[in-house]
Ligand binder design. Structure first.
Ligand code: ADP
Ligand code: X2W
Length: 284
């Protein structure tokens, strides 16, 4: 029964840099709940982690959109995500009602992680303590949702070995949406959607089917790789649609859910309208 109206919202660190945007986001999420949806927020915090690492002089390169994470970087990731970004979001959401509850993937073993490697020029490259999501235990999330709460999840996971892993927040959101059989996954970021012509940025893909996206994935770079992979994972697991929206415009979430993203044009169509990119299962 959790499937019916569950919406997983990935709130990217780049979409939350302005206080006014964070406030508008919080208002929108609580409105969704008031309208009968069951929102789950999975938050990022890449730029916020980066700033703290810089302050401490810890260098962390990115490979395939994933931060190479040593033990000291992991401490910072954990502190910034679960100790700073998450409580701030929970506080903003709770200005509108006593709903939001912060948790990390470590709580109640919500996210079981397994070590993840990158592939660079056909070679397997070690990323340190970076995890993929091996399993999602939805029990705590469902308990919270069933009681009208809004879970706000930090993307940390623990392996079977007890090791804590830094999980990319897009990856976590895709896995959670899949496990909850959510109706929709919405990913708020700092671009209008998936550009078809990256690194140029003139054509946003309006809609794309899972098969076509899968073929495109190996060619994607930077943060778009994990993002689109997460959308694919979600729709392949039965989520009806996944949308990447520009979180820099206030109320993008409501506009995106209410609006016509993906309502017009054939799959794979490109355009410049700022309705984001909608990923659909094949055949829709
Ligand atoms: N094809 C593409 N279309 C759009 N953005 C892309 C593309 N390829 C790479 N990018 C980069 O991905 C970034 C979004 O990912 P990321 O920085 O991880 O954001 P977030 O913090 O929201 O997860 C964009 O700002 C852009 O620089
Ligand atoms: C492994 C990995 O890359 N983890 C991410 C976790 C945070 C994140 O994903 O934040 P955004 O959504 O804002 O990018 C990181 O360390 O930055």
């Amino acid at each position: 029964m959790t499937a019916a109206r569950t919406v997983v919202v990935k709130y990217g660190g780049h979409a939350m840099t302005e206080p006014a945007l964070r406030r508008a986001f919080a208002r929108d999420v609580v409105r969704l709940r008031e309208e009968g949806l069951r929102p789950v927020v999975v938050h990022g915090g890449g730029p916020q982690i980066g700033a703290e690492l810089d302050r401490r002089g810890i260098k962390t390169p990115f490979l395939n959109g994933l931060r190479v994470t040593g033990p000291s970087a992991l401490d910072v990731v954990r502190m910034v995500l679960a100790g700073r970004v998450q409580p701030e979001l929970v506080g903003l959401l709770n200005e509108h009602g006593p709903y939001a509850v912060g948790l990390s993937g470590e709580d109640a073993r919500t996210l079981t992680a397994e070590r993840r490697y990158a592939e660079v020029a056909g070679e397997r490259v070690d990323l340190g303590l970076v995890g993929d999501v091996a399993r999602v235990d939805t029990a705590l999330l469902e308990l919270l949702l069933d009681h009208g709460h809004i879970p706000v999840l930090s993307s940390l996971g623990r392996g079977e070995d007890g090791q804590v892993y830094n999980v990319n927040a897009d990856t976590a959101a895709g896995a959670v949406a899949a496990a909850l059989r959510a109706e929709t996954l919405v990913v708020l970021t700092d671009v209008p959607g998936l550009y078809a012509d990256w690194p140029r940025s003139e054509r946003v893909v309006d809609r794309i089917g899972a098969g076509e996206l899968e073929r495109m994935l190996p060619g994607l770079s930077g943060g778009m790789g994990p993002k689109m992979e997460a959308c694919l994972r979600a729709v392949r697991a039965g989520v009806r649609s996944a949308r990447v929206l520009d979180g820099r415009s206030p109320h993008a979430l409501r506009a995106g859910l209410a609006g016509s993203a993906g309502a017009a044009g054939p799959a794979g169509r490109t355009g410049t309208a700022s309705v984001g990119t909608t990923v659909l299962p094949d055949g829709r």
